[in-house]
Design a protein. Structure first.
Lengths: 119, 340
């Protein structure tokens, strides 16, 4: 019961995020005139995204690295970004150019979820 | 008379071995013999000797047919504890070839490959050919649908299937249904069958007599084993509601690389060992990643499952057999049922 209500809560949360997030065209094209070359890292280890919530300034490029012996992916819940499958030590980077909260998960192991908050 | 004596000796030895097949556990297995399903499983390392006894007593000589389940071959995986998963699959195939009763077919419950690479599927095909099986039935694991939504898998193994690769077939009076619960997985969820497949499944069972034995097979367990690791299927309950009226239902799964079993009414659930690498028992490790075991113990935790079906007794005997056969001598020198 407790688990169910938690699930409902997390589902509701992602629905809200989906509504709040604006829709845009080609998010992978970074704005050229932005000076930021900031980067941040998310490590995938033991089937966990770490940190689970990453809060960084807009314009940051986030790089996920798979430290597991099992392949993982990083897929935005709202279709904003989608990595190829990452085998051990492989990486995926994405530059976030708009503020907002981005929920993502591993499409191979969907229990693995994380968030990137762009401020 | 001699048999009886031997039985007692066996039971004693199994007690002493303390390897999971204790006397109580064995008797519990035996208790199911009259109710439909006969299982001879023992916490990962089954005793072939125990299987022989079970087969003699309850299944009778010569089952109507036998099929083998193999699972989680992960061709392409090359890390500890198994740098050579092709070799361990080959060992599994050798065991199948040495079986006293030739299986009518093989079922592979998914994760044929590690990364859905064409070369990995090629290698799998090549090794499987060695089994000279009349037919191999597949369902995909999540590792087989990593790159292209399973397109390549479907091209190679999904001819004549529906949707993401589900299908059914009949064999000597038993109805087999291969289900796919690794496609379109939702964030935060476990395995998923989806509406379209559930509808098809309900329809597929319609008009079948309740006395038809049903065997369901899918990659991720169709019962919730450990939700924290995603070891279950979100909408399996609905699927199982469709088989409630049937007198004998056997559910065969893979994914968790270890033997787990449960009997719920007339439904028996069973997960198979991997032919590639073991995974930890639920909650005993930080994650469900590969379990590293010493090289000399690897073959004890990998294996195959063979299933004997006897029409007259309407019973299925599900027997797990590790690739290595470390217990044979300690169980009184009994030979392995699947040869070694």
């Amino acid at each position: 019961m407790k688990r169910n209500s938690l699930w409902v809560a997390s589902c509701t949360a992602s629905v809200i995020i989906a509504i709040v997030l604006p829709v845009w065209g080609s998010p992978s094209v970074a704005a050229n005139d932005q000076p930021s070359a900031a980067s941040a890292a998310v490590k995938i280890d033991n089937f966990v995204f770490g940190p689970q919530t990453l809060t960084v300034p807009v314009g940051t490029t986030v790089t996920w690295t798979n430290k597991d012996d099992i392949p993982h992916t990083t897929v935005s819940t709202d279709g904003v970004f989608k990595s190829k499958v990452m085998d051990t030590d492989e990486q995926f980077s994405y530059k976030f150019t708009k503020a907002g909260t981005y929920s993502y998960y591993c499409s191979v192991h969907p229990k693995m979820t994380g968030k990137v908050v762009m401020q | 008379m001699i048999d009886k004596k031997q039985d007692l000796i066996d039971q004693k030895l199994q007690d002493l071995n303390n390897d999971g097949v204790d006397r109580r556990g064995f008797l519990k297995c035996m208790a199911w013999a009259g109710t439909g399903l006969v299982w001879t499983i023992s916490g990962g390392i089954p005793k072939s000797r125990a299987f022989a006894k079970t087969a003699d007593r309850s299944a009778g000589k010569g089952a109507d047919f036998t099929f083998v389940q193999i699972s989680d071959s992960h061709i392409g995986f090359n890390k500890p504890a198994n740098p050579d998963v092709t070799a361990t699959l080959q060992t599994a195939i050798n065991k199948i070839k040495a079986m006293p009763q030739k299986p009518d077919f093989i079922i592979h419950t998914g994760d044929l490959s590690q990364l859905s690479k064409p070369s990995e599927f090629d290698t799998l095909d090549q090794v499987l050919k060695g089994a000279s099986a009349k037919q191999v039935h597949f369902v995909p694991g999540e590792h087989d649908m990593l790159t292209d939504n399973g397109e390549q898998y479907l091209q190679r193994y999904g001819k004549g299937t529906k949707g993401a690769g589900w299908y059914s077939f009949d064999h000597k009076g038993v109805h087999f249904v291969g289900l796919v619960n690794v496609a379109n997985l939702k964030a935060g969820g476990m395995g998923s069958l989806g509406h379209e497949q559930l509808e098809w499944f309900e329809d597929d069972l319609k008009g079948r007599s309740a006395s038809t034995p049903i065997v369901l097979f899918a990659h991720i367990p169709l019962w919730t084993i450990y939700p924290d690791w995603g070891w279950g299927t979100d909408d399996s309950e609905q699927a199982l509601s469709y088989v409630k009226r049937f007198g004998s239902v056997t559910v065969l799964n893979g994914h968790i690389h270890q033997i787990r079993q449960k009997v719920e009414g007339k439904v028996s659930f069973h997960t198979a060992m991997s032919t590639a690498f073991p995974q930890p028992a639920p909650g005993t490790a930080p994650s469900a990643g590969p379990m590293k075991v010493p090289a000399d113990q690897l073959q004890r935790v990998l294996g195959i499952t063979d299933v004997n079906y006897l029409v007259s007794g309407r019973s299925l005997a599900v027997v797990d057999s590790p690739l290595g056969d470390p217990g044979a001598s300690s169980a009184g020198g009994g030979g392995s049922t699947s040869g070694s």
